[in-house]
Design a protein around this ligand. Structure first.
Ligand SMILES: Cc1cc2nc3c(=O)[nH]c(=O)nc-3n(C[C@H](O)[C@H](O)[C@H](O)COP(=O)(O)OP(=O)(O)OC[C@H]3O[C@@H](n4cnc5c(N)ncnc54)[C@H](O)[C@@H]3O)c2cc1C
Length: 462
């Protein structure tokens, strides 16, 4: 018999899934205890389960429900809200070994995948069949489809192609009592019953554990990428260009902001040859074919110049386009090297982007904190990244005050506290401000209906 806590005997879990599936050594418990949100609290789990099958997931949940133990589902742990952080008396249920692409149907254009498939691996697999899975979080090289589904992840091309929810047709889910259900469909259309697939997407592991997903795919061919880049004298000037692109009725395939703090951090780390004398980089991509693409790129370039952009350039070379977007993708890990990062994920109406950026800068000054900025700006989804030196308690307090001020400003401008990372633990106070008691009660009713004992990821998401 194995005892890992005075009160909890995990031998039943080892019997249910196999002792080799259950990790209990201190290093593993530490490694799986939290996600990438450095400021969110976590507990040490009782054990980590490395599930390989739906049946092992179901057996884990059944054992937990019967033992009064909580289950925290986990993909790759790249989340930025603490949603995968272990809670008291929990097992972390890792889906990372369930990483097979089970089926690609070329004619019907869908794929069935296990949840541990890494986003880029799926994209590479379906590309070999001439198909494309659009949602592309900047973490696409490291995050899993299960995590993307559970957070309803967005990404760089989502401004034009939509977010994860727009591509999830169906799923296999292990419910809180350990039973297994199939939700959704494989057809192009379908409205039978409540949209329980839509409910599961973005539920942050609180309503069920996803063990397979059916994803809609698009044809790979048919796009022709051009990038437009501009350097702006200030963050707000770049925001003005974003609002102007939206006002002009243009829907770019990407529109991303990278500010000077991020550019410098990336270049010091990766030596990409990025300019060190500019304030803010605005990166757009359009993907219409032929003359239409040329015209659109020219229109975007004109808007950038009119908003104060300098050195506005167009790039058609895929290697150069990739290098520029690489700077955007690497910004977050580059900043993490400077100190603990408190990540915002506010999303405001596109027309309010300049004002929100102005307020973020005012907040940084008022609270005497460093705030770097990256943004899926075309969606109005801003990531002010508040950096505090390691071990500086006063700076940490100021950073937390700045975090709250940004949330207040976002809500005052008609925005939402999280555009794509999810609520997890970090955004619980902001969510309460945003939703109000009646809607929070509705959330509680849904949770009680599906997980009355609170087995799955309690304390997260609402
Ligand atoms: C450098 C970097 C860039 C990022 N860029 C983006 C971005 O552009 N867009 C974006 O949306 N996010 C981004 N993120 C955040 C993060 O990558 C996403 O939230 C991602 O979807 C999390 O996937 P994961 O596999 O790491 O999940 P985890 O962090 O392990 O888990 C996230 C949530 O999903 C739940 N979960 C995981 N798997 C399952 C499952 N099978 N069933 C039920 N629940 C499950 C967990 O309980 C938790 O609530 C970024 C993160 C980093 C570090």
């Amino acid at each position: 018999m194995t005892i890992v806590s005075p009160d909890v005997d995990v031998s039943g879990l080892e019997a249910a899934v196999g002792a080799d599936r259950v990790l209990r050594d201190p290093d593993s418990l530490a490694r799986y205890s939290h996600d990438d949100a450095e400021w969110a609290p976590w507990e040490t789990p009782l054990a980590v389960v490395l599930a390989r099958t739906t049946e092992e997931v179901a057996a884990t949940v059944r054992w937990a429900a019967a033992s009064g133990v909580r289950v925290v589902p986990r993909g790759a742990g790249t989340g930025l809200s603490g949603a995968a952080n272990a809670v008291a008396d929990s097992v972390v249920l890792s889906l990372e070994l369930m990483d097979a692409v089970l089926e690609v149907d070329v004619d019907e254009r869908y794929a069935v995948v296990q949840p541990g498939v890494v986003n880029d691996a799926l994209r590479a697999t379906v590309a070999r069949h001439g198909l494309w899975y659009p949602p592309d979080p900047a973490s696409s090289a490291i995050s899993t489809i299960g995590g993307n589904v559970a957070t309803n992840a967005g990404g760089i091309c989502c401004v034009k192609y939509g977010v994860t929810r727009d591509y999830v047709l169906g799923m296999t889910v292990v419910l809180a009592d350990g039973s297994v259900v199939e939700l959704g469909r494989r057809t192009a259309k379908g409205v039978a019953g409540y949209d329980l697939v839509g409910l599961m997407v973005g539920s942050e592991g609180t309503l069920g554990v996803v063990t397979s997903v059916t994803l809609k795919l698009l044809p790979l061919a048919g796009r022709d990428e051009r990038a437009v880049i501009g350097y702006f004298p200030s963050l707000v000037a770049a925001g003005d260009a974003v609002a102007a692109v939206s006002r002009a009725g243009i829907v770019p395939a990407a529109l991303e902001i990278v500010d000077r703090t991020c550019l410098r951090a990336v270049d010091e780390w990766m030596h990409l040859g990025l300019p060190d004398d500019v304030d803010t980089l605005l990166l757009a991509r359009v993907d219409e074919r032929g003359a239409a693409g040329d015209e659109l790129a020219a229109h975007v370039a004109d808007i950038f110049a009119a908003a104060g952009g300098t050195d506005v350039e167009r790039a058609t070379d895929p290697v150069e386009i990739d290098r520029l977007f690489q700077a955007r993708r690497l910004a977050y890990p580059a900043l993490e090297r400077l100190g603990p990062v408190l990540t915002e994920d506010v999303c405001v109406p596109r027309g309010a982007v300049p004002e929100m950026l102005r307020r973020i800068q005012a907040t940084a000054a008022a609270h005497d904190v460093t705030i770097a900025n990256i943004a899926h700006a075309g969606d109005g989804n801003l990531h002010p990244l508040i950096i505090a030196p390691e071990g500086d308690a006063a700076a940490k307090d100021r950073a937390e005050a700045a975090f709250s001020a940004i949330v207040d400003d976002c809500l005052a401008l008609g925005g939402t506290v999280t555009g794509e990372h999810g609520v997890g633990l970090l955004k619980l106070p902001g969510l309460r401000q945003e939703l109000g008691q009646r809607v929070l009660d509705l959330h509680r009713s849904v949770k009680d209906a599906l997980d009355p004992a609170g087995t799955l990821n309690p304390g997260k998401a609402f």
